[in-house]
Design a binder for this molecule. Structure first.
Ligand code: FES
Length: 139
């Protein structure tokens, strides 16, 4: 597990050549390593977008409208949970609890926590990220 976590942290995901290298290192088969990876939702087999969105699906967030927040992110970005936008800007995942239940419903974008979310706030936050990206692109 730590080797998989460190590899993903370094590369952003777990590509085939890394899986094969880990299998050789631990004297096992790539299919065994692949089986471990696919068992744990924290591991990614495809590269993530520049901004990783994690919408909380924990109990506190669920009762305060978390599913609507995930649906709004999906609607805004045109992707479903586990997918990445075509421009590689956003990846959407869900997470059990980000320990910010007092401000439910919540989501993380990279390391930034957003709480007391509404569909309108989600739209505004994502618009800010898009604006930052456009402002940082070379003319
Ligand atoms: S349940 Fe969402 S932050 Fe705890």
């Amino acid at each position: 597990m730590p080797a998989l976590q460190q590899t993903q942290e370094a590369l952003g995901y777990l590509p085939d050549d890394a899986i094969e290298a880990l299998a050789r290192h631990f004297r096992t088969s790539p299919s065994y390593v692949y089986g471990v990876i696919t068992f744990y939702p924290q591991f990614r087999l495809k590269p993530a977008g520049r901004n990783l969105i994690k919408v909380c699906r924990g109990t506190a967030c669920h009762v305060k409208g978390g599913p609507r927040i995930r649906q709004e992110v999906e609607r805004q970005l045109g992707i479903k949970e586990g997918e990445t936008t075509e421009d590689m800007e956003f990846t959407l995942e869900t997470v059990a609890c980000i320990r910010a239940c007092a401000i439910a419903p919540t989501m993380l974008i990279n390391k930034e926590t957003y709480g007391q979310l509404t569909a309108k706030k989600v739209a505004e936050i994502l618009a800010e990220y898009r604006a930052w990206r456009m402002a940082s692109e070379p003319a």
